[in-house]
Design a protein around this ligand. Structure first.
Ligand code: GAL
Length: 462
């Protein structure tokens, strides 16, 4: 069995709204997810993140479990409305203190904190007063918030991720309306995305201008992308698969690496795609110290030559009429509880596509994982499907490294079962089981397996 490169970063990931609970505690303001989940019909069984895993009160217990697993790193997010209850203006010191204590607790066990500044829980006040990500002041508000975090935590936090998956915010939040703020439009996603990119760039500029020299940390962005495999070897389908990748990942990664949107998007989206000024392009280009990637699944792409088949797969098509791509799933592929196909080789192909196109110095898989519903039996959770999933994706990641992908770290999604957004608590992604009645934590067999992987820096023999 081949080893992973020396110093490989092994971690798990979570996000604030999905695990913290304490939704009105210690001066926290409401986020758009508090409002969305409290709106009837928006989430499965009307479930909310009010309590979630109650991590806010149990973080010490959780970090102890992380230490037992031998985790080298832990990726979590800061809830913006805990820091700025009204989104801007007055800072809530109690909120900041929570994250400061969390960071100290991690460092006590030598677990490196990887901090995401925005994992979708926008302060509700900014949605109501400024139209959220559609407003033209939002990027400045984000930079203001980011600066407070750098100042308070940057002496100890050396890895920053500005945004988690701006694609999801744009497409699922402003295009399909299945995530907060629940808007449906075929133009707003492009405006939201534009402001998200500017917010990222401004936060990075602030870090680099004022903090990076002294604090010596790294900052980047995390984008999500599935692999798109051409349905046939016909040129049209190959071009369609490439186009789909550019609409999915290129939309966000091209501005960050090249300073502008992909040409194919400009041609197709036309006046609905905002443009960057020269100054903005400069600010964006090179604005990530590493390539953060969240990857889950693969679909096959077929050129839509006038068939205009209804897109049948939740979310993953983007705005389909702009792309003219029909997506398919091979019926023989096994699926997770999310209905997402398990296609490990797609992970390798995507890593190499990224390496080729953007030539990043480092790629970090900041999320990869699967939902399977296994519960404890006599204190043991036999989540064999999850172990197989991780084993197969990591094997392909290793092959990608051999072929030149500069993958330097991997974060499993997720550390523990949590609130899976609009789908509520029914979809379990954790390596640690959470009983949502008693809030008892039970490490699953996958956690024990991961511990072995981390300790040996390689995949166990099967
Ligand atoms: C990602 C997201 C996570 C988690 C995961 C599983 O898109 O960043 O918060 O929900 O998907 O669906």
């Amino acid at each position: 069995m081949k080893k992973f490169p020396e110093g490989f970063i092994w971690g798990t990931a979570t996000s604030s709204y999905q695990i913290e609970g304490a939704w009105e505690k210690d001066g926290k303001g409401w986020s758009i997810w508090d409002a969305f989940s409290h709106t009837s019909g928006k989430t499965a069984n009307g479930e909310t993140g009010d309590i979630a895993c109650d991590h806010f009160h149990r973080y010490k217990e959780d970090i102890k479990i992380m230490a037992d697993m031998g985790l080298k790193a832990y990726r979590f997010s800061i809830s913006w409305p805990r820091i700025f209850p009204a989104g801007t203006g007055k800072v809530n010191e109690q909120g900041l203190q929570f994250y400061s204590d969390l960071v100290d607790e991690l460092l006590k066990y030598d677990i490196e904190p990887w901090v995401t500044l925005y994992h979708w829980d926008l302060p509700l006040a900014l949605q109501m007063e400024y139209d959220g990500w559609l407003g033209d002041k939002i990027a400045d508000f984000f930079a203001e918030y980011a600066e407070v975090c750098f100042k308070k935590l940057g002496d100890r936090v050396k890895k920053w991720i500005t945004l988690n998956e701006p694609w999801v915010v744009s497409i699922l939040g402003y295009g399909q309306g299945v995530m907060a703020p629940g808007r449906i439009s075929n133009s707003e996603p492009y405006l939201a995305a534009h402001n998200l990119l500017l917010a990222h760039a401004k936060a990075v500029k602030c870090y680099r201008d004022k903090f990076q020299d002294a604090q010596k940390g790294k900052i980047g962005i995390t984008n999500n992308c599935d692999w798109r495999e051409p349905l046939t070897r016909n040129l049209e389908d190959q071009v369609a698969a490439q186009r789909a990748l550019e609409f999915f990942l290129g939309w966000f990664a091209d501005p960050v690496y090249f300073g502008d949107y992909p040409q194919v998007m400009k041609e197709r989206v036309q006046e609905r795609l905002p443009s960057f000024t020269e100054e903005e392009k400069e600010m964006l280009k090179g604005s990530s110290d590493f390539f953060g990637l969240n990857h889950y699944t693969t679909m096959m792409a077929e050129a839509d030559t006038g068939k205009k088949v209804e897109q049948n797969v939740y979310g993953n098509g983007g705005i389909s009429e702009d792309q003219e791509v029909i997506l398919h799933v091979d019926p023989s592929w096994k699926k997770t509880d999310m209905g997402w196909a398990i296609v490990p080789w797609g992970c390798k192909k995507l890593l190499l596509w990224i390496q080729n196109r953007y030539k990043p110095e480092e790629i970090i898989i900041t999320e990869n994982g699967c939902a399977f519903d296994n519960g404890p039996e006599n204190g043991v959770v036999k989540d064999t499907g999850r172990i197989d999933f991780y084993d197969s994706y990591l094997s392909e990641a290793l092959l990608a490294i051999e072929d030149g992908a500069k993958l330097t770290g991997y974060f499993a999604w997720s550390f523990m079962d949590n609130f899976e957004w609009a789908l509520g608590y029914g979809k379990r992604f954790g390596m640690v089981h959470v009983d949502f009645e008693s809030l008892k934590r039970t490490p699953k067999n996958s956690a024990l397996w991961y511990k072995e992987v981390i300790a040996s820096n390689q995949l166990p023999e099967k």
